[in-house]
Design a protein around this ligand. Structure first.
Ligand code: BES
Ligand code: ZN
Ligand code: ZN
Length: 460
């Protein structure tokens, strides 16, 4: 920064003195046609207060810069990180830049964002740039799948995308169709899919990193993949239905995560399972009062067909539990109640195992993604009891709805350490942010990859 300021004849320090450059996080101040350096434009990006600098601030600041510059076509953009950043910080900056230059304008002729012809990272080691690019690609994959129109992103379409990713990265993949799902007694997932003309799918991907060939996976990632949630016969009002293409964000998050883990060739054994259905109102739709038998044998009385995510996850959780993973993490746009509790930007965590949850909290803190653990007290359990079946798919009334949903899921994981991430709030941004145009956010991919990599102190 000092060298550039000197080359520019002290313009930057003058702008700072005049208050044009404040250094506020994500602030982008353009200096057009600067004399003294070769670039046609210099963009100064704020990183906020030094003591608040974390991987999230860095990721968002780089994304804000890329978003600003991608407003028009550019052949080459060079980034220069000021100061002595760690390789992990550089990686998250590179990922942020890759994410910021891609918008949600998939179907627009006149694009709002144009990715740069070339992105150059000055003074950054090539391997850090490569790893950051893999991370950015994983996040962009998640975002793109969420942003696609629901008529283009139905269960088989998701499975096709997953197969393509698996093919590129050498990940094993299995896709269960409706016949296999029936054979596997996935009665809860299948019930949800019955109202749709689009058949359900279960995608199971297994990545075994270098040196991991035997035994059970150390981690199972499970994602809710409701490619459109109309609410079913408990139909959503029009306003709430808008945006329900994002109801497969949990599945997209886990696909983006396992893709990144594989691209980084991390030395882990991970399985990712994504339950894919469309929740519709067709003639065969499941009904309120129906009693379903889940794969683990529990009977479930349906009180609301809009509480479908937990039914899909019930069977998927049971499938991965059978693989005896060291732990399970699921991500789901599960409840509006979680948004009521925590707002738009914070993911809710729910767990049956404090140590496992703590590790995820720590990884999210490192990544700079806000999460908050919610209670799982036993006294919530009676709320999902049913008079006619083992359990029902909603609690008593709306109160504590995010927790009663998690309590329902808990019944399908046995004693395996498990943490559920409710991303109903942060998975999709209705409004643009300085670092993003809105739409799918790819939230939690960075945290989950951090979790798998271990703390930066240990590995960099
Ligand atoms: N997909 C929704 C939850 C959701 C809401 C996701 C807003 C993203 C934004 C979920 O399937 C749902 O409809 N949940 C119901 C549960 C209720 C019927 C017990 C809800 O939250 O209202
Ligand atoms: Zn629903
Ligand atoms: Zn849903």
């Amino acid at each position: 920064m000092a060298a550039i300021d000197a080359a520019l004849g002290g313009i930057l320090s003058r702008l700072a003195t005049e208050g044009e450059i404040t250094g506020k996080a994500c602030e982008c101040v353009p200096c057009l046609a600067p004399a003294g350096i070769a670039a046609k434009q210099l963009l100064v990006v704020g990183l906020g207060k030094r003591e608040e600098l974390d991987l999230g601030v860095i990721y968002r600041a780089a994304a804000a810069a890329a978003k600003t510059l991608a407003a028009r076509k550019r052949t080459a953009v060079a980034f220069l990180a000021d100061g002595s950043w760690s390789t992990r910080q550089l990686e998250h900056a590179v990922a942020g830049a890759a994410v910021g230059m891609v918008g949600q304008d998939i179907y627009r002729k006149d694009k709002k964002r144009t990715p740069f012809g070339t992105t150059i990272w000055l003074a950054a080691p090539a391997d850090a740039v490569e790893r950051g690019t893999h991370l950015g690609d994983g996040i962009n994959l998640t975002r793109r799948l969420v942003n696609l129109a629901p008529d283009d992103m139905y269960p088989q379409a998701f499975a096709d995308e997953a197969s393509a990713v698996a093919g590129h990265l050498g990940i094993d993949i299995e896709v269960w169709d409706e016949t296999r799902l029936a054979k596997e007694r996935c009665g809860a997932l299948l019930a949800v899919s019955r109202g749709s003309s689009r058949p359900p799918r279960l995608v199971i991907m297994r990545y075994r990193g270098p040196g991991r060939r035997e035994g059970s996976p150390e981690l199972a990632l499970v994602g809710k993949g409701v490619t459109f949630d109309s609410g079913g016969l408990s139909l959503k009002p029009a306003d709430s239905m808008m945006g329900m293409k994002c109801d497969m964000a949990g599945a997209a998050t886990m696909l983006g995560t396992i893709a990144t883990i594989a691209a980084l060739k991390l030395p882990v054994d991970v399985v990712a399972a994504m339950g894919l259905v469309e929740n519709m109102t067709g003639p065969a739709a499941y009904k309120v009062g129906d009693v379903l038998t889940a794969r683990n044998g529990l009977t479930i009385e349906v009180h609301n067909t809009d509480a479908e995510g937990r039914l899909v996850l019930a069977d998927v959780l049971d499938v991965v539990r059978g693989l005896e993973p060291g732990r399970i993490i699921d991500a789901a746009t599960l409840t509006g109640a979680c948004m009521v509790a925590l707002g738009h930007d914070v993911a809710g965590l729910f767990s049956n195992n404090q140590a496992s949850c703590d590790q995820l909290v720590a990884a999210a803190k490192t990544a700079g993604e806000p999460v908050w653990q919610m209670p799982m007290f036993r006294h919530y359990d009676p709320q999902i009891e049913s008079d006619v079946a083992d359990i029902k798919n909603v609690g008593d009334g709306r109160w504590g709805g995010a927790i009663t949903a998690a309590k329902f899921l808990e019944r399908f994981v046995g004693t395996t350490p498990w943490t559920h991430i409710d991303i109903a709030g942060p998975a999709f941004a209705d409004k643009p942010k300085p670092w993003s145009d809105g739409g799918g956010t790819g939230v939690m991919v960075r945290s989950l990859v951090e979790l798998v990599r271990g703390s930066p102190e240990e590995t960099t």
